[in-house]
Design a protein around this ligand. Structure first.
Ligand SMILES: Nc1ncnc2c1ncn2[C@@H]1O[C@H](COP(=O)(O)OP(=O)(O)OP(=O)(O)O)[C@@H](O)[C@H]1O
Length: 580
């Protein structure tokens, strides 16, 4: 029997199921184990907060326990002062109170990466250690206890509540992962440039990750208050953030199984060390060494769960029959009619120190047109695309889109106006599925049938295929499909045929030729494959030494002596093939 796949079934079942399992379990477990399970569930929520900020968005944060402490402090204060609403309201307010703090920490973190970011967030954690230690937590001195919710105030009842919340958060994050915001985190982690090119605001995406992860950490702190009744500064020591970060990156806690394993390890490690009469520092050292090992493996935001998944996906890939061959070919035949000027570039100059990469280039592209940009290696083509799409700063000259100057706009704003590009170096997020990647790249709401249609048109694998199982050529096609689905005014494709076989290139040429009919815009194609260019482009522009050398129909340009000379000159040194 086929399992129902509606989101309500997929996301609506786990919470009641977990509660149904947790209730009898809480009744048969001893008090010690009920307490330990509650503690483990709270650590799992902490792991989910690492899973958002580091696992999904790829941002190092070493201050999650400080966020937890702020959530706990606020909840304690509300509880001790008898604020209206009861424990659940205090806990939600406690978690929400951490969000602005997450934003304040996140703003300077936008410009920092790697070790600098680690130091900045750890400095905040150490500062909060001092702040927490300078006074006592609400209720700590008077030995006041924060009341748990009525009806769930026994240890067993509270355990069921915390387990239910933990699972509900998994469901909420699974839903979030399928939204544009969730996909943007994975894109930003993979490549900030590519995310910006797809119209994602890297700033907003990172700040949202800080907010959500701060909320989760704050909620964990609030639930700890309910578990312990009273908390103290020691519960939120900066060093704990380090240990939990180590566990998080070692395991890979952005996946639910990783967060659960992380929660269990984080809870049982101190218990195990106690049982073995070993100092707790031994655990810190072991986790630290393992985390360093994982960081050396590359990244750090991935963990063991990713490694296991990658191996499983690689196996699936070997077993998969060629899907491309099975797909129905649907070619859009076009008789292209050129319309108004969509993109006008005037006097574009880009310098890198003494090197003039683009030198006063002028170019116009009209609606319905496919223009190929050719030139030997180092001619300035990629730099030209970078400048037009907002990735090269400090150029001179002007870029107009639909008559509007865009020179002052950032890359992601230009992308949203319809200036879309692909990169020579492929940077698509490998841990999305094909459908999610198309939606993320498209940057607009797409129905399932629209996604399937565009995938079939570009002969891509089906929407549910993990991107990580595809070869480079297929990933590139999925990106092109997503870019076309964004209905760009101008689509700049930087060597889209790289990684494609000769027959795939041929099929791709026909599809690129059909893009203006699909989008109502135009295409600029940078490509070394002359056959693909000949089959696709209405007009060729050849660049050399940053300047436009020739422009015209493929036939005119490819027989132009200056063009042949430019190419032959380079071919002698083995840099580029002959165009004819
Ligand atoms: N970031 C940079 N710093 C310094 N010089 C650069 C930089 N990027 C490009 N260049 C130089 O600018 C010139 C144009 O390079 P560009 O990559 O735009 O050429 P291209 O035509 O795209 O070449 P290819 O076909 O190899 O991609 C080259 O001389 C290159 O060395």
């Amino acid at each position: 029997m086929k399992m129902p796949t509606s989101p309500w079934f997929r996301y609506g079942v786990p919470v009641p199921a977990a509660v149904i399992v947790a209730v009898p379990l809480a009744m048969v477990l001893t008090d010690y184990w009920v307490f330990t399970v509650t503690g483990a569930a709270i650590v799992v929520i902490m792991m989910q907060s690492f899973g958002v900020i580091t696992g999904r968005a790829g941002v190092i944060s070493l201050c999650q326990f400080s966020f937890m402490g702020i959530g706990a402090w606020t909840t304690s204060w509300l509880g001790v002062h008898g604020a209206p609403g009861g424990f659940v309201v205090w806990a939600v307010l406690g978690a929400l109170a951490v969000v602005p703090v997450g934003l304040v920490v996140g703003i300077p973190a936008l410009r920092l990466r790697g070790v600098s970011l680690a130091i900045a967030t750890f400095a905040f954690a150490v500062t909060m250690d001092v702040v927490f230690a300078s006074g006592s937590f609400p209720g700590q001195d008077e030995l006041l206890i924060v009341e748990r919710p009525a009806g769930l105030d026994s240890d067993a009842g509270y355990a069921v509540l915390v387990v239910g919340i933990t699972v509900a958060l998994f469901v909420a994050l699974a839903v979030l992962d399928r939204t544009r915001l969730g996909a943007s985190w994975v894109e930003v982690r993979t490549s900030e440039r590519a995310a910006a090119a797809h119209g994602t605001s890297v700033t907003l995406s990172k700040l949202a990750a800080f907010s959500v992860s701060a909320f989760l950490a704050g909620l964990a702190g609030a639930l700890l208050v309910g578990q312990l009744g009273t908390v103290t500064a020691q519960n939120f020591a900066a060093q704990q953030s380090l240990v939990m970060f180590g566990i998080a990156i070692s395991i890979g806690v952005h996946r639910p199984e990783g967060a659960v394993i992380g929660g269990v390890v984080g809870t049982l490690l101190p218990v195990g060390l106690d049982a073995l009469a070993l100092p707790q520092d031994v655990g810190t050292i072991v986790v630290g060494l393992f985390a360093v090992y994982m960081l050396r493996q590359g990244g750090g935001e991935f963990g063991q769960t990713d490694i296991i998944r990658a191996k499983r996906n690689a196996k699936k890939l070997r077993e998969r029959p060629s899907e491309k061959a099975e797909q129905v070919e649907k070619v859009v035949e076009t008789g292209r009619e050129l319309g108004e000027v969509v993109l006008r570039v005037s006097g574009l100059t880009v310098r890198f120190g003494e090197v003039v990469a683009v030198n006063g280039a002028d170019l116009e592209v009209r609606r319905g047109e496919v223009l190929a940009l050719l030139g030997p290696n180092g001619a300035g083509k990629s730099t030209f695309i970078d400048a037009v799409t907002g990735f090269a700063h400090g150029y001179t000259g002007t870029v107009h889109l639909d008559g509007r100057p865009v020179d002052r706009l950032s890359a992601h704003r230009r992308a949203r106006l319809g200036l879309r590009r692909s990169f020579q170096q492929l940077t698509v997020a490998a841990d999305l599925d094909v459908g999610m990647l198309v939606r993320a790249v498209a940057g607009r709401k797409l129905g399932a049938s629209e996604v399937d249609e565009i995938l079939a048109h570009f002969r891509c694998p089906p929407a549910r295929t993990p991107v990580g199982t595809l070869d480079v050529g297929a990933r590139r096609l999925v990106e092109v499909a997503g870019l076309v689905a964004s209905r760009p005014r101008v689509l700049l494709l930087d060597e889209p045929a790289a990684g494609q076989s000769a027959s795939e290139s041929e099929a791709l040429a026909r599809r690129i030729a059909g893009i203006p009919a699909l989008t109502g815009g135009c295409v600029i194609l940078v490509e070394h494959d002359i056959e693909l260019v000949r089959a696709t482009a209405d007009r060729l522009v050849v660049m050399d030494f940053g300047e436009v050398l020739a422009s015209g129909t493929p036939q005119e340009v490819l027989s132009d002596e200056r063009v042949v000379a430019a190419y032959l000159g380079r071919t002698a040194s083995g840099q580029h093939p002959q165009p004819t």
